[in-house]
Every structure is written in structure tokens, then in C-alpha cells.
Design a binder for this molecule. Structure first.
Ligand SMILES: [Zn+2]
Length: 153
């Protein structure tokens, strides 16, 4: 099934700025406060840390870990029915903010909290990009509390 059959979101305002930073460069950017340097997502008019209204969209590594996820086995969107099951993942970026993307190239059964991942963008239109979450093979897996306790013995 081609992308042409799928509805493409048309972001507006700050969301549009977020996606255009990605589509114009091919790389993930997140909003950064121009006064206190806090990264945050989703983008907002005022910094949640210092309330400044000055910001930029800055390139980030895309690296992070799985904070949470869910696996969809059913969709009501006909254009996407051949894609199930897919995993929607909340990624804790190394730079601080969390964002949501869709797993690509990861078996949904292999996803777990703390798995090292990388968010990459795929430009769809000038105003929208998919956010894919891929396994980050070069990273050390984050240890669970039980694993850390085991090492401490
Ligand atoms: Zn700030």
C-alpha cells in the first residue's frame, strides 16, 4: 500500500515549526528555550522552566530509551491495515524530552522498557515527517533496578 492512500496530517502553528525543522534538514529537532536552554516537547509558546517566549528548534541526536509503548493489532484505517501489528513507543530522549514515534525494524515482541532506541525522521511532505523508532544497536541497554541490585551484591 502506498503512502498516497494514507491520510497525511497537516500540522499547524508550533507543531508545523517542529515538523518543518525536520523536513527541511532530514533530522530530528526539538524546541529549545533560547534563555535557559531547556529542551521540551511538544513545542509550546512559553518555556515550562523559565516562562520565556524565545525559542529555537535545535537538532538532537534522536538517541534515547523506551519509556513506554503499546502494540496495536487492529486498525480502523484501511490504508494501514497491512501494517499491523505495530508498536507506538514513547521515547525518553537523551536530551530530556519524551516524544512518540512508531517502531520500525523492531519485532514488537522484543520491545521492553529501557531498550536503547533512536528516533529518525522520514520526510513525507514539506510540512510533515514520520517519526520512526529504530533499535540503537551501538548503545548499552539500560539496566533494570533488579539488574543493578544483582551487580551490587
Ligand atoms: Zn527557559
Amino acid at each position: 500500500m502506498s503512502t498516497a492512500d494514507k491520510q497525511i496530517p497537516r500540522p499547524a502553528e508550533l507543531d508545523l515549526e517542529f515538523f518543518q525543522a525536520a523536513t527541511s534538514t532530514g533530522e530530528l529537532h526539538v524546541q529549545k528555550c533560547a534563555d535557559c536552554s531547556d529542551h521540551h516537547h511538544p513545542p509550546r509558546l512559553y518555556c515550562p522552566r523559565c516562562f520565556s517566549d524565545r525559542y529555537v528548534f535545535e537538532k538532537v541526536s534522536g538517541r534515547g530509551t523506551v519509556y513506554s509503548y503499546t502494540v496495536s493489532h487492529f486498525t480502523t484505517e484501511k490504508a494501514w491495515k497491512d501494517e499491523v501489528p505495530w508498536a507506538t513507543i514513547v521515547v525518553q530522549l537523551d536530551e530530556g524530552p519524551r516524544l512518540v514515534g512508531t517502531a520500525r525494524g523492531i519485532d514488537p515482541g522484543a520491545i521492553r522498557i529501557g531498550l536503547p532506541v533512536r528516533v529518525v525522521t522520514e520526510t513525507v511532505t514539506d510540512d510533515f515527517a514520520y517519526l520512526w523508532v529504530e533499535a540503537d544497536a551501538g548503545a548499552e541497554p539500560e539496566k533494570t533496578g533488579n539488574e543493578r541490585a544483582e551487580e551490587a551484591r
